[in-house]
Design a protein around this ligand. Structure first.
Ligand SMILES: NC(=O)c1ccc[n+]([C@@H]2O[C@H](COP(=O)([O-])OP(=O)(O)OC[C@H]3O[C@@H](n4cnc5c(N)ncnc54)[C@H](OP(=O)(O)O)[C@@H]3O)[C@@H](O)[C@H]2O)c1
Length: 238
């Protein structure tokens, strides 16, 4: 039986933007999508730190999520270079301590800016091209902390719950444009952001998150995944 590419979309010629592509999960996603054959537009505050060389099939963009003008500039530069945008991976994020009885509200504002507003602005910036693609894809790397609160920073959880709302709203709004939107919600991952109490062995590997992202963006329009909670240790859903 001939099942072309097992029913997956063909990456050839498709252009994917990845934020925070210089390290951690974002670097793993970029490496995986490169291997799969996508054209990449990689955003980072320090593009010189991006492991994949810039070239005909890879654009580097100085992207700062704290700069409100940065998303549109990146979207414009991507469309100018490739003439299309097929996917956006909202990965860049920050975590800071902020609670009800401790913390600085400036840290909450920064988390909302980087984890919520920059992804919102990037969606807006990429939207005309994602619509034109007919099979646009948006993935936001949220967190289990955005699906239930267990421990850690309440402010971080608030920003990630908000990012889940962003993903859910975008999924509904752009479904009829062929855009499929997914929230990928890891627990602890073996990066600089790994929470205390986990090790490189007990946390999920960034390459595994990249594998999941690569899978969901390759699903056809009639097999869309809304959210992927990822447990490193057992807990009842999510
Ligand atoms: N690791 C975990 O346990 C875990 C669990 C659940 C969800 N997540 C989420 O996964 C995503 C990736 O995190 P990670 O684990 O890979 O953490 P990481 O290793 O700390 O990487 C964070 C990435 O976000 C970028 N970033 C931070 N502030 C930025 C800004 N203002 N503008 C542009 N980029 C900025 C960083 O760039 P710089 O190098 O310039 O700082 C870096 O590329 C985040 O959204 C995070 O919340 C992580």
């Amino acid at each position: 039986m001939n099942v072309p590419n097992q029913g997956r979309l063909d990456p050839a010629g498709r252009v994917i933007m990845v934020s925070g592509a210089n390290r951690g999960i974002g670097a793993a996603i970029a490496a995986r999508l490169r291997q799969d054959g996508y054209h990449l537009s990689l955003g980072a505050r320090t593009p010189d730190d991006i492991a994949i060389a810039a070239g005909d099939d890879c654009h580097h963009q100085a992207f700062d999520a704290l700069d409100a003008a940065s998303p549109q500039a990146w979207g414009d530069a991507t469309a100018a270079k490739f003439g299309r945008i097929d996917g956006l991976i909202n990965n860049a994020g920050i975590a800071a301590a902020f609670g009800f009885e401790d913390g600085d509200e400036a840290d909450l504002d920064r988390m909302l800016e980087v984890n919520l507003k920059a992804p919102y602005r990037l969606i807006r910036a990429a939207l005309p091209n994602l619509k034109a693609a007919g099979s646009g894809r948006i993935v936001t790397v949220t967190s289990l902390a955005g699906m239930r609160f267990k421990r850690g920073s309440p402010g971080y959880a608030m920003s990630k719950f908000a990012a889940m709302g962003l993903s859910s709203a975008a999924r509904a709004q752009f479904w009829d444009d062929g855009i499929r939107v997914t929230a990928v919600a890891p627990g602890p991952v073996n990066t600089d952001m790994m929470p205390q109490g986990f090790t490189a062995e007990t946390a999920t590997q960034p390459e595994t998150i990249a594998d999941i992202v690569a899978t969901v963006i390759a699903m056809p329009n009639n097999a869309s995944v809304a959210s992927v909670p990822i447990n490193a240790v057992y807990e009842p859903l999510p």
